[in-house]
Design a protein around this ligand. Structure first.
Ligand SMILES: Nc1ncnc2c1ncn2[C@@H]1O[C@H](COP(=O)(O)OP(=O)(O)O)[C@@H](O)[C@H]1O
Ligand SMILES: [Mg+2]
Length: 241
């Protein structure tokens, strides 16, 4: 129903981590999710191949520019959410994927001012709007933010984005060991042994708040809750304009 793409032409921005957090939280809420791994490095696919079987999750791997459009079109009618994870380089996949998306999420590292990869995505979205009248809803998500302190540089990035009228999700994704562990141990966040610890609980709360934000910006009506849903999402949070 809803197609969400994670885009930033820079590697290490936190795209795959954010995509995995969104995916596993949506599964936890009983949605059916199809992930399209368009990164030739296949980080998401490798995680999936080594993780325990998860009903309601499917991962399409080795997806390239010529096959992306067909796969997205086929999958969007069959799944509650289609999540596209793009490579951290400039590639023809970027324009194709954003053009097929209901919402584009752009993770930008809040702790560093290095927002260039995100700026390239924002430029493309602006260009599509100006030249072709194609408006693709999008939001920046600040990623890898030090949870202990709200750094000045993060506040500066936030201010800059607000000044440029770029929508920023309220919830930044914190830099947390648990988010790395998901990949090291090939498990969803809630299945980590550390999930029961204080820092594990904070990581889960962070992921939940991030997903609530995503749900509130994805085109209303695009993603209907499944009829069999036992655990609906928590209340929707306001997002920055
Ligand atoms: N919020 C986070 N907390 C801890 N580690 C993170 C976080 N986001 C990303 N990382 C780590 O940084 C590296 C790059 O992240 P990744 O999500 O693969 O970025 P991208 O997909 O944009 O290249 C990985 O080793 C990942 O585990
Ligand atoms: Mg990645």
């Amino acid at each position: 129903m809803a197609v969400i793409t994670f885009a930033n032409t820079k590697g290490g921005a936190g795209k795959t981590t954010a995509a995995l957090l969104l995916t596993t939280e949506l599964l936890h809420r009983n949605y059916r999710v199809c992930v399209i791994d368009a990164d030739p490095q296949r980080w998401f696919s490798k995680w999936y191949e080594s993780a325990a079987l998860m009903p309601r999750l499917s991962v399409e791997t080795y997806v390239s520019a010529p096959t992306l459009q067909r796969i997205v079109h086929e999958r969007r009618s069959q799944w509650d959410f289609v999540i596209v994870d793009l490579p951290g380089i400039q590639s023809p996949l970027l324009a194709s994927a954003v053009g097929l998306s209901d919402h584009v999420l752009i993770p930008i590292q809040g702790s560093s001012m290095d927002a260039q990869g995100g700026a390239q995505v924002l430029d493309l979205l602006r260009y599509l709007d100006r030249k072709a009248g194609i408006r693709i809803p999008h939001s920046v998500v600040l990623s890898r933010v030090n949870p202990a302190i709200t750094t000045r540089s993060m506040q500066a990035v936030q201010r800059l984005l607000h000044e440029q009228q770029i929508s920023v999700l309220d919830t930044p994704i914190a830099e947390r060991a648990a988010f790395r562990e998901m990949f090291d141990l090939n498990r969803p966040l809630r299945k980590l042994e550390s999930a029961q610890t204080g820092s594990g609980e904070k990581a889960i709360a962070n992921a939940q708040a991030f997903v609530n934000d995503v749900m509130s910006v994805v085109t209303p009506g695009a993603a209907q809750p499944p009829a069999y849903s036992a655990t609906r999402g928590a209340p929707v949070l306001e997002t920055a304009a």
